[in-house]
Ligand binder design. Structure first.
Ligand SMILES: Cc1ncc(COP(=O)(O)O)c(C=O)c1O
Length: 470
């Protein structure tokens, strides 16, 4: 490929993306693709081309074949799951990152990649009001960019198992005795993480009746009973902003229970953690002063493209003790000096891209004030949607916190019918879920293109899907 072909294709791609964003903002595309399963497979050749093709042809095919069959997560009518962050700064950083093509597994393999990551993780820790011990500047803790909240939780759980077993876990696994705790409201990824870590299923701690938040007294009782039975409680995973209802586990009280018993506390703040950028949105129950680790997905609510999760730990030695590994071919003077951070030892994979550039671009291009405004804007829109739900006969507001609104219709059958009808419409995407055994619809605000008009239009579409009351 010649240099000219790259320059013109990159400019072409930028133009196409800018046009794409404009048409999303104008709602010219359906949020959900029209084709049935197999639509894209049906038009893709079964074998790879023998001869290289022109980049412009490949771009053409992207917009002809792939884009029409995507769910448009950036669409203003997309209210599913939790938002997938994005912004021009993030996209530009991904291009530059890919173009520079470095592999930042160790300080020695790209010093600036590592040091930039240390610095932006510290920036963000301070911006979120996290304890100073989570910063690299503290000399003991620090942040690392992971691909996902799942990977962050896996790293934290590994460190917890290692600590609880006095390092035996590294050689002998859980020996059937190590335990991890969460509630049934924790993201399902926590169960997967605990399974993959070799523990089996997590112990489910009851929630306080009438809430979806962990009961610290029940946790204490369960930890003590398990210890008395010869088991080894290793970690508690608390959630700040559960996926179903955005509930907050009382982190300070859970932290006190864990501290008194030497149990690791990991806080999964994948979605709601970003809200702490706004001082007025910080809540006492979410304060991680007593936590051992804390994770936020910048790729949800910080205008940063997926993947970008930041995991902070109070004691980096505990993390690298569990995940650190080396070989003769990785030995280098910088590592041996003990003066540098090697992020390969803070995560599962060995190799890693330069993860920090994206966050650096986003933080600089938006500024903290700009990111706070994003969050406040989405919260205002969620407030509007919640008030529309509350005013609508035949609908009930099940939960409303930050940018998430959870609702149901009069009866479960009617809620299922709204969901069915809405699913058939390419106009709006909400996510169905089950809360307290009843079907609900979740609507999470987060598109950069959503405004009040969007919210009213979305709500008109949802209520139009309601069947007549029985
Ligand atoms: C509270 C919570 N934790 C964890 C996850 C999993 O995130 P990831 O896809 O980054 O692993 C999610 C996903 O929405 C979530 O809402």
């Amino acid at each position: 490929m010649n240099e000219h072909a790259f320059r013109s294709a990159a400019a072409d791609a930028a133009d196409r993306l800018a046009d794409h964003w404009r048409s999303l903002a104008a709602c010219e595309l359906p949020v959900v693709p029209p084709g049935p399963p197999g639509t894209t497979l049906g038009v893709l050749p079964e074998t790879a081309p023998e001869r290289g093709e022109d980049l412009t042809d490949i771009l053409d095919d992207t917009w002809r074949t792939i884009v029409p069959q995507l769910v448009h997560w950036q669409h203003p009518n997309f209210l599913g799951y939790f938002p997938a962050g994005n912004s021009p700064a993030s996209v530009l950083a991904e291009l530059v990152t890919a173009g520079l093509g470095v592999q930042g597994m160790m300080w020695s393999t790209s010093p600036a990649a590592t040091e930039l990551e240390q610095r932006v993780c510290d920036w963000l820790a301070r911006a979120l009001g996290l304890p100073a011990r989570f910063t690299h500047a503290s000399g003991r803790g620090g942040g690392v960019i992971q691909d996902s909240a799942s990977s962050a939780a896996l790293a934290a759980v590994a460190a917890a198992l290692d600590r609880a077993s006095g390092g035996r876990w590294r050689e002998h696994g859980t020996e059937g005795r190590l335990r991890v705790y969460c509630t049934d409201q924790a993201n399902h990824s926590v169960r997967k993480v605990v399974r993959v870590a070799g523990v089996g299923a997590p112990v489910l701690v009851p929630t306080v009746p009438g809430t979806h938040s962990m009961d610290p007294a029940a946790l204490a009782g369960r930890l003590d009973a398990d210890r008395a039975a010869g088991l080894v409680p290793a970690a508690v995973v608390a959630t700040v902003g559960t996926t179903a209802t955005c509930a907050i586990d009382p982190v300070p009280r859970i932290g006190a229970v864990c501290r008194d018993r030497g149990v690791w506390l990991h806080v999964d703040a994948a979605y709601a953690g970003s809200a702490a950028l706004c001082p007025e949105l910080r809540v006492a129950d979410a304060e991680p002063d007593l936590a051992d680790s804390y994770a936020v997905n910048a790729h949800k609510w910080m205008r940063t493209g997926i993947p970008c999760d930041i995991l902070w730990v109070a004691d980096r030695g505990e993390l690298t003790g569990a995940l650190g590994a080396t070989s003769s071919y990785l030995r280098n003077d910088a590592t041996d000096s003990g003066q540098v951070v090697d992020f390969k030892d803070w995560q599962l994979p060995l190799g890693r891209p330069m993860r920090a550039l994206k966050l650096w671009y986003v933080l600089r291009a938006h500024g903290l004030e700009g990111l706070r405004e994003v969050i406040r804007h989405d919260i205002r829109l969620a407030g509007l949607l919640a008030s529309l739900v509350e005013r609508e006969p035949g609908f009930r507001l099940v939960a409303h916190r930050l940018g998430l609104v959870v609702l149901r219709a009069e009866t479960d059958e009617m809620t299922r019918e709204v969901t069915r009808r809405l699913t058939g419409r390419p106009g709006v995407l909400c996510t169905p879920a089950v809360v307290d055994g009843r079907p609900v619809l979740r609507a999470a605000l987060g598109s950069a293109y959503a405004d009040e008009t969007t919210v009213r239009r979305v709500w008109d579409t949802v209520r139009a899907c309601a069947p007549p009351a029985p």
